[in-house]
Design a protein around this ligand. Structure first.
Ligand code: HEM
Length: 168
C-alpha cells in the first residue's frame, strides 16, 4: 500500500478514535446525573458499544498504521516532534484505559464521581489532540508546546471563573 494511502487511513481512524474519546466521557456526565434504572441501563449499553465497537478498534488501527509508516522509513522520524507525538500518544492510551476502568465502575453501579468531575475529565484529550496535530503538521516541538500552554491558560481562566461563580 502506498504511504499516502496509509496516512489517509491513519487520519480517518484517528478521527474515529477521537469521536469516542470525546463522546464517552460526555455519556459519563449524563450517566452520573441519571437516577432512574432504565436510563442507567441504556447508558451502559451505549457506553459499552462505543468503547468496544468504535473507540478501541479506532485506537488499534491508528496505532498499527502509525507504526507501519515509521517502519517504512525509521530514520525520517528520529526527531523531537515525533518523540513528543509518541509521548502524547502514550498519554492518550493511558486516558483510553482510564475510560475503560470508569466504564467498568458504571457497569457495576459503583461510579464514585459526580457529573462536574466528568466535565473536567472530558477536556483532557483536547491537550493531546492539539499537541499531536501541531507536532505532526509543523514537524516541530515548539508550536505544539505553545499550543498546549495556551490551552492550559484558557482552562485555568475558565476554572477560575467557575469557582468565582460558585462563591457568589
Ligand atoms: C502510535 C501511534 C502513532 C504513530 C506511530 C503515528 C505515526 C505517524 C506517522 C509516521 C505519520 C506520517 C508523517 C509524515 O507525513 O511523514 C503520521 C501522520 C499523522 N498522524 Fe500519526 N501516529 C500515531 C498516532 C496518531 C494520533 C493519536 C493522532 C491524532 C491525535 C495522529 C495524527 C496524525 C496526523 C494528523 C497525521 C498527518 C500529518 C500530515 O500529513 O501533515 N497520529 N503519524
Amino acid at each position: 500500500m502506498s504511504f499516502l494511502v496509509i496516512k489517509a487511513v491513519h487520519v480517518i481512524f484517528m478521527v474515529t478514535w477521537f469521536a469516542g474519546l470525546f463522546y464517552l466521557p460526555r455519556l459519563f456526565v449524563y450517566h452520573a446525573m441519571c437516577n432512574d434504572i432504565p436510563g442507567r441501563e441504556r447508558f451502559k449499553v451505549m457506553e459499552r458499544k462505543l468503547f468496544w465497537g468504535i473507540m478501541t478498534p479506532g485506537a488499534i488501527i491508528t496505532i498499527v498504521l502509525g507504526l507501519w509508516m515509521i517502519g517504512m522509513n525509521p530514520a525520517a522520524y528520529a526527531a523531537g516532534w515525533m518523540h513528543l507525538k509518541l509521548l502524547l500518544v502514550v498519554l492518550l492510551i493511558a486516558y483510553h484505559i482510564w475510560c475503560g476502568v470508569l466504564l467498568m465502575y458504571f457497569r457495576d453501579d459503583r461510579n464514585r464521581h459526580g457529573h462536574q468531575w466528568y466535565r473536567w475529565f472530558n477536556e483532557i484529550p483536547v491537550f493531546m489532540l492539539v499537541g499531536i496535530v501541531l507536532a505532526v503538521v509543523t514537524r516541530a516541538v515548539m508550536p505544539a508546546v505553545i499550543g498546549m500552554a495556551i490551552l492550559l491558560a484558557i482552562f485555568v481562566v475558565f476554572a477560575g471563573m467557575g469557582m468565582m461563580k460558585g462563591r457568589r
